[in-house]
Every structure is written in structure tokens, then in C-alpha cells.
Design a binder for this molecule. Structure first.
Ligand code: PLP
Length: 425
């Protein structure tokens, strides 16, 4: 790793850093952000010349690493002809081709693709679709969602209301948001029976069940198995409600299969996609509905249309990026790389198991998690940078979600840094 250049931050940084309100940061006490000047592969280059191995892939988006040549070429090609045109009354080739490819990749008849520009909005659209599905079918009052403890679905008002209300990052808003039914995942007989009861008792109020399949991400990187998803499908069918999978995090290989629903053999009624959809380059998300859902909007009545339309939905550059990303999933052995990462992370993080402060070590696909009993996040962050890696602990966990293209040496640096730093008193 190179370490060169001046220690003085660049002038754009000293001038502008207090103007940018950073995400999830107490601006008074948070250490200043790191000035970044370039990215490449699995590396982030800082203004002082240091290169950090990136363990986060920019919030789990950069699945092909940064600056993949094919991504750059395809985005540049699209830029020449049409960076953006609205989807209001118009359609362009990158969006049409992407929708067709997503429909072919997703299981069952999930194939009606509504584009948006962030995962939160994709989830809001899914919620709106589900509520209107019932209205369009002549059923009133089905406006509530069953969602799960440990869950996270976004930061907008509607999505905050379906996050974990007690432990989640939006708990400050508890009681101020629309009330939904947040309960335990059906992991065993007791929780399955409880959910079955809830769905029966509140059937007239419930629009759908919303879940992050296999891994609840920003709520704590909590894993559950495919049987949970099969139970949810069975319960949704039994009680005649809709099942929504939020695959904003899990989609595009992160858990080891292209989509988490593939691993479970379960087809939801609606699925949300984002993050790695555009290979980590441009903002793009999608809400994909089954025929059953789409048909409820198919009518001679204009009021039964889905009244939603983010200005930049289906942005042509972002769709070209997503098509390039899907090319790479076809041409390069991404899922094999995820398998190799899983194997290496399992071995690399294993020494953490013996450490006094460690509660759990878990790995699934290209997600590695070390859960701690207590955590000093500012100290850990600084130590990771000093070790030459970018790792961003939250809650009580330290985790890795690297690019699928990361080399074995860089991955070893990441797991090694975690073992080293967590071994310190
Ligand atoms: N849903 C899930 C499962 C997520 O992990 C996230 C982001 O972390 C979101 C929704 C929100 O996506 P965005 O940050 O793009 O709005």
C-alpha cells in the first residue's frame, strides 16, 4: 500500500467540509471524513496518497469493484447519445432492455418493473402498490404492513415506519410514524404460530408482509434461513396477503445466489432492488411486481393507475450501467467469486471467535460479521484506517461486504486487520 504525498488536506476539503452535512453522523463530535481522490478495484485513494482496502464496497453497491472498464465504457457510450430523458410518455432502449433482463432473471412471473432512484423509494413504491392493490380490488382498510424486528427498509417517512421500532436507527421517531405490525420472524414453531395468529386477527387491516430475505442488513446483519421465507410464503397464501421481498441489499449475488429468493425457492409478489443494481455507479432502484399485482392496476379507470413517477426514474445512464453490470454477471464468474470470498472470510475471521469481547462470528456469501458485546466505534474506525483498510462498524458489529472482484491478498488484509484490531485490549 502506498503512503506518500503531503499530510495537509487539500484546499477543497478544508474549505468545503463543514458545508456538507454527512449521513448518520453527529456533526459536532464525528471525526472528520477522509478526503478521497480516486477509487480503483477494491481500493480507495486518499488525498495524502494512502490507499485503503475497501471492506464496504460503498454501502454494498460496488460488486464489480470500482471503475471496472466495462462499466466505464458502457456509461460513457450512453453519455454520448442520451444521459437522461424522462419516462413520462417516453421509453428508451436502456430501460426497456434492463426491464426485460430483470424479468428474465427473477423467478416466477415477477416482471413488471417500476424504476426509481433509491432503495427507500423502491420500498415506498412497493408499499404503495400493495395498498392500492387492495383498493383497486374493491377492498378498503388494508393499509398496514407486517414487518420484522431487526429489519431496515430505508430512511424516508414511510420506510422508517417499517424499520425495527425499538433497536433500529429510527427509534427516535417511534410513536410519530404510521403504525405497522412489527413482530418476530417465524424462526420456530412459537414465532410461526404467533405470526399466523396475527395475520388471522388483523387480516382486514394488513396489506402485505415485508421482509429482507435471508439477511437483515442495516438492522444488524442478522441471518435467517430459507425455511423462514418458505413459512412466510405459506402464511401469506393462507391469509391471502401479499409478500414483499426487499432485496435492495441481498440482490445481485451478495448472499451467494443471484437473489435471496432463488436460494429459498420462494417467489414473492413484489421484490425491491437497488444498490448493486447499477454495479455501484449511479443511483438506480426498481420495484418489480408479479402479474397478480400488475393486473389489479390494469383498468379503464384512470384512478386505478399507479400515481407515482420519480423525476429521474429509469435514468438512461443508470440503466446503461445496470445493463453493463448484468453483462458482467454473465461474463465473469461473480457467484464463484462470492463462494471463494465466503470460504476465505470464514477462515480469516475464525480467530475472532476466541476473543473475549466477541459474541458471534457469521459469514454468508460475501457478508462477514463479527458481533461484539461492547464497541468503541470511533476507536475502531481510526485503528482500521491506520491498518490500511476501510471498515465501517455500526451498532455492535464489525462487518465486511467487499467487492466480489476483491483479490485474495486484499481480502486477507481486511480479515487480518479485523483480527488484529479486535485482539487489542
Ligand atoms: N432496503 C434495504 C434492505 C437496505 O439495505 C437499504 C439501504 O441500506 C434500503 C432499503 C434503502 O436504500 P437507499 O439507501 O438506497 O434508500
Amino acid at each position: 500500500l502506498r503512503h506518500a504525498g503531503s499530510a495537509d488536506p487539500p484546499s477543497w476539503f478544508t474549505r468545503g467540509r463543514d458545508r456538507v452535512w454527512l449521513p448518520y453522523a453527529q456533526m459536532k463530535t464525528a471525526p472528520p471524513p477522509l478526503p478521497v481522490v480516486a477509487t480503483n478495484g477494491s481500493r480507495i485513494r486518499l488525498a495524502d496518497g494512502r490507499e485503503l482496502v475497501d471492506g464496504v464496497a460503498s454501502w454494498w453497491t460496488a460488486c464489480h469493484g470500482y471503475n471496472h472498464p466495462h462499466m466505464r465504457i458502457e456509461i460513457a457510450r450512453q453519455l454520448e447519445t442520451m444521459p437522461h430523458v424522462m419516462l413520462g410518455g417516453l421509453l428508451h432502449e436502456p430501460a426497456a432492455r434492463l426491464a426485460e433482463r430483470l424479468a428474465a432473471l427473477l423467478p416466477g412471473d415477477l416482471g413488471r418493473v417500476f424504476f426509481s432512484d433509491s432503495g427507500s423509494v423502491a420500498v415506498e413504491v412497493a408499499m404503495k402498490m400493495a395498498v392500492q392493490y387492495w383498493i383497486n380490488n374493491g377492498v378498503r382498510g388494508r393499509t398496514k404492513f407486517v414487518a420484522f424486528r431487526g429489519g431496515y427498509h430505508g430512511d424516508t417517512t414511510a420506510t422508517m415506519a417499517v424499520c425495527d421500532p425499538d433497536e433500529g436507527m429510527h427509534r427516535l421517531f417511534k410513536g410519530l410514524l404510521p403504525e405497522h405490525l412489527i413482530t418476530d420472524l417465524p424462526r420456530d414453531e412459537a414465532t410461526t404460530a404467533a405470526l399466523d395468529r396475527l395475520l388471522g386477527e388483523r387480516a382486514d387491516a394488513i396489506a402485505g408482509i415485508l421482509v429482507e430475505p435471508l439477511v437483515q442488513g442495516a438492522g444488524g446483519m442478522l441471518f435467517h434461513d430459507a425455511a423462514v421465507l418458505r413459512r412466510l410464503r405459506a402464511l401469506a397464501d393462507r391469509h391471502g396477503t401479499l409478500l414483499i421481498f426487499d432485496e435492495v441489499f441481498t440482490g445481485f449475488g451478495r448472499t451467494g445466489s443471484m437473489f435471496a429468493c432463488d436460494a429459498a425457492g420462494v417467489v414473492p409478489d413484489i421484490v425491491t432492488l437497488g444498490k448493486a443494481l447499477s454495479g455501484g455507479t449511479l443511483p438506480l432502484a426498481a420495484t418489480v411486481a408479479s402479474e397478480r399485482v400488475f393486473r389489479a392496476f390494469w383498468s379503464d379507470d384512470p384512478m386505478q393507475a399507479l400515481m407515482h413517477g420519480p423525476t429521474f426514474m429509469g435514468n438512461a445512464l443508470a440503466c446503461a450501467a445496470a445493463n453493463a453490470s448484468l453483462d458482467l454477471f454473465e461474463r465473469e464468474p461473480r457467484l464463484d467469486q462470492v463462494k471463494a470470498i465466503e470460504t476465505q472470510m470464514t477462515a480469516g475471521l475464525a480467530p475472532c471467535r476466541g476473543l473475549p469481547n466477541v459474541v458471534d462470528v457469521r459469514v454468508r456469501g460475501a457478508i462477514g460479521v463479527v458481533e461484539l458485546s461492547t464497541i468503541d466505534i470511533p476507536r475502531l474506525k481510526a485503528r482500521f484506517v491506520a491498518e490500511g483498510v476501510y471498515v465501517r462498524p455500526f451498532g455492535r458489529i464489525v462487518y465486511l461486504t467487499p467487492a466480489f472482484t476483491i483479490g485474495a491478498e486484499d481480502l486477507a488484509r481486511l480479515t487480518g486487520a479485523i483480527v488484529t484490531v479486535l485482539s487489542e485490549p
